[in-house]
Design a protein around this ligand. Structure first.
Ligand SMILES: [Zn+2]
Ligand SMILES: [Zn+2]
Length: 123
C-alpha cells in the first residue's frame, strides 16, 4: 500500500481503538468474575488481596476467551502459576488426541494431503 504514506494519525487511531477494545473485553469479564467469586485460587486455594490481585487471573474453563456467559459458569479464578499449569495440561490434551484450536489448524493444513496419493500409486 503506497497511499496515505504520511497519514500516521489514522493508524494511531486504529491502534488506540484496538487497545481499547481489548482492554474493554478483558476488563469486562475480569471485573465481573472478581465481583462474583471470592479472591481465592481455584487450585492451590491461595488467597488474594488488592495488593496482589494482579496475580489472580481469570481462566476460561472451555479455553474460549470469547465465551463469557453472564452467570460466570465459564470462569475460574486461578493464580498465575496454576493458570500456567492448567494451560500446559490443556496443550498436552490437544497434542495427544483431544480437540480444539490446534486440531482445526492441522485440518486446514492437511499435512497428509500428498500421502494418500503416494499410497495409491504404490498399490
Ligand atoms: Zn494457584
Ligand atoms: Zn486460562
Amino acid at each position: 500500500m503506497s497511499q496515505n504514506v504520511g497519514d500516521t494519525s489514522k493508524l494511531d487511531k486504529i491502534l488506540a481503538e484496538q487497545r481499547e477494545y481489548i482492554a474493554k473485553r478483558e476488563g469486562g469479564y475480569r471485573e465481573k468474575s472478581l465481583k462474583m467469586y471470592p479472591w481465592i485460587c481455584g487450585r492451590c486455594t491461595r488467597e488474594f488481596t488488592r495488593a496482589n490481585l494482579r496475580e489472580l487471573t481469570v481462566h476460561h474453563r472451555d479455553h474460549d476467551h470469547d465465551n463469557n456467559p453472564p452467570d460466570g459458569s465459564n470462569w475460574e479464578l486461578l493464580c498465575v502459576y496454576c493458570h500456567d499449569n492448567e494451560h500446559s495440561k490443556f496443550e498436552d490434551f490437544v497434542r495427544y488426541g483431544g480437540g480444539g484450536e490446534k486440531r482445526r489448524e492441522a485440518a486446514t493444513h492437511n499435512p497428509f494431503a500428498g500421502l494418500k496419493e503416494a499410497f495409491e500409486k504404490k498399490s
